[in-house]
Ligand binder design. Sequence first.
Ligand code: FMN
Length: 173
Amino acid sequence: MSTKQPLLQPIKVGDLELSNRVWMAPMTRSRAANEGNVPFDIHVNYYKQRASAGLIISEGSQVSKQAVGYINTPGIYSQEQVEGWKKVTQAVHEEGGHIFIQLWHVGRISHPDFHNGELPLAPSAINPHAKSFTPKGFKETVTPKEMTIAEIKQTVLDFKNAAKNAMEVVLTA
Ligand SMILES: Cc1cc2nc3c(=O)[nH]c(=O)nc-3n(C[C@H](O)[C@H](O)[C@H](O)COP(=O)(O)O)c2cc1C
């Protein structure tokens, strides 16, 4: 393939100088199969292997315990998770790559099995009539609990905290 291809040319995005325009889309891998949903060696290797992309966008990562809704997705709300992401980010940077984290709260796509039997929180009490990928396999979604104003405010804070954690990862990786 010719290296003159536009796709392989560098591009500046904000403050970042990306080596090419191939960006990896966020893809859930469900591999944070440990107590705290902490990214570990398997994540380090997976993202390191893909660091020649101009930009990696990580798999969706929950901003709080409440935000989870797919099995074994990593989080970025605990210090342990932050330390895990530091190892991932360091490995990507060592290979000359860049990585963004996708912060998520999956809302009504979650399932009571993730919340000790309690209803998942969502903007409205409307069942999406979809499948939720739970630790016991695919299950029908339920009608979620509509968030109170206090719960909405807490969710905003959870995103803020997760973004701060992501900044800590970048600044110290
Ligand atoms: C295995 C798999 C996991 C995915 N996980 C996520 C995810 O965590 N977050 C997200 O926003 N999209 C996710 N997606 C959607 C992809 O990012 C999406 O397919 C990609 O942007 C390509 O867009 P397209 O399917 O419209 O072509 C996932 C897709 C696949 C195949």
